[in-house]
Design a protein around this ligand. Sequence first.
Ligand code: BG6
Ligand code: MG
Length: 755
Amino acid sequence: MRVSLIDIENQFDHHLIEEGLDLVRATTEYTVQQPDLAHFQVHASNPVYQVDILMLQDGLVNVKCYCAPFKKSKYCKHAIAALFLLRENLQHARKSRVKSRHESTVTDEALRKMKITDLRKFVSAYAVSHAVFKAELLANTLHLTRKPDYASMLLDLTPIDKYGQIRINRNNIKTLRGIISILLKQAQQLFKEKALPETFQILEPVINHLYRLIAKFPAYQQQLSIELKTALRLFELVCLQPMAPRLQQAAIKMAFDLSSRESYFFVKSTLPVLRLVEPFVLEQKLRKSIIHLVEEKIKTDHQNLIAWSTLLLRWGKAWHLQLKSKEIFNRLISQLPAIIQEMNQQKDYEDLLYVLQLLPEDYADKTQYRISLQLGLKAALLLSSEKDIVQIASALSRQYFEIEAWEALLHSNEAAAKKVIRHLQQQYVAGQHEPADLLILHALNVLHLEGDLLDRLMDLQDAELMMEYDRELKKDHSDTVVKFYAIYIRGIKEAYGGLIARQKLNNIFSHLKSLDLYSAVADKLKTMDTRKADNQENKVIEGFVFDLDGVIVDTAIHHFQAWKKLLKEIGVTIADEDDHHTRGASRMESLEYLLNKYGLKKTSEEKLELATRKNEYYLKAIEQITPDDLLPGALQFLIDSRKAGLSLALGSASKNARGVLEKLDIEDQFDAILDGNDAKESKPDPEIFIKASAALHLDPSRVVVFEDAAKGVQAALAAGCHCVGLGDASTLGAADLVVASLKDTSPQQIIKALS
Ligand code: BG6
Ligand code: MG
């Protein structure tokens, strides 16, 4: 009797099949022997029967039993039970041998010879509940045929309703997922065996099918995403292998077609398919069309704007392609922090650093800006990119006073770490901004700059902070530590007196005892009290603060020329007397004045653009300046002032001041440098000079300001400083003293004249 081993169920009468299956269940002991390659014997000992099965071509077998009913009708329940038992046996044998793919089994042989259309017919004939089994059989078998059609097979196995529409619901989704995961297991197996084209043959239809199903039945997205993720991850692994060009092309095509679909979506914690095929996208034409696709997506797929933008920026950089559309670029700017976060998720650290550079320093959302810098630092550290570490860690420590960032900086470049701290020391007077103080103290301690550390602690007069560092400081600087506590304790006593003071100081006293400094501090307090001589009256001048442009260097003219050029471009010729109004005033203040005077209305973006353009002209003009451009007598005056024991500061409205000082090589002449970044208010507001005096630790009444602008003179006087006007008495008349130039006077003369 000839039967198809694969299709036993459909070849016999329903009752007979039932009888056969009953017998299978009742058979508790049996063996399957294989006397030769195509001959099998099923021996059952409980209950007893024996059946011979001969393998023929095309998956058919010839079956023979020795019982009476068989002799009569050529079939019997034994034969059917034996067929079932053999089939199961062969499947098990195959499963346990999947590792050695080359070992061919009889079933493989049989199935290999079977036409794919027959296989499909066979599959379709089954009841839905058998679908998983069918898929398993097919998955194990299909790759043996030349052109397996997994796409149609998946469609065949997906439940449809009576109108031929795909229908999935709570009941059949499990079966469907089972089928897909069996196919994926097969794909994984093939991948292990390095059969890449075969793996891809399964993956492509599976991924496509899953995307289609999810688009159609979003309610099942979560469940189906599990298989989709597995498939995408396997696809990623495939793409990482060396692949034949044809396979690469097929992978690109799949990724491109899939991504072009309106319903395409990004799957969490997997890379976008287009990213996976990126290494094979070598032709410029193809790259352009991918970029084009992504640009279109940015315009239309708002939900995934960030994911698409991330890709666009990555490829724009990697493939050296310009982003044509300005509109797209503008959109990207506002998304940059989110893109940086996305790249961090995707572990795209190099791209992340690239995008970070596109982020403007004056990005409005400071929190986002900071997060971006933090992620940037993480990326730079992972990539050990010193240049980026220095740049980002400097920014984080300068702008956000992050101790960890500064530590990272110190680790990778000590000189840069020191520079940051020097800058902060100059920029932030002790007590001005707590986070800055905390970083500065920490750093000075780590750098063993004990002198500076003590100075700052003294200025801060904060015992809690001192207590963090004094154990070390005491070793070499016990006098200063003692002095600190004596001053502090006296201050508390004066402010509170009696009981409250003692309560507040209890803690400090026991700390001092533990440091063994208690009696030294007590002695110091006694001598301080007896020497309460009042030298308050003896007010002397102890510091000079210099404006920069027009006082130390001849750059005032370049500022004015730059304004002239800019205004000319927007159709206005400005008058010479406008110089008096822009001199000394901040960039924005000057622009506002000029726009106002000439009746020009501009939006705030336009104003920003104009101010930037003016600055570009100015920077161009001063590009070549050298120490020769110092105004006559300026350097000598600075040197003499220092010799006279005065503290010196710069107090300029210009944001370019530091750059100019560097070019002039006179940064070291100053104890403190305050520039346009340090003051919110423009001169004539006194802010900059109050801050400069504080930076020198001096009361403004002990400071002389040197100014060439009327607005500057006003600011100095409003701060409570003395003021020397440099230039023309007709405009600077308000100053305490006007001289033509620094070369015509000396520090001593100035002090004498003003005392
Ligand atoms: C002052 C100049 O020193 O700096 C002004 O006298 C100028 O003319 C101002 O506007 C701001 O300069 P900057 O370099 O920040 O544009
Ligand atoms: Mg000036």
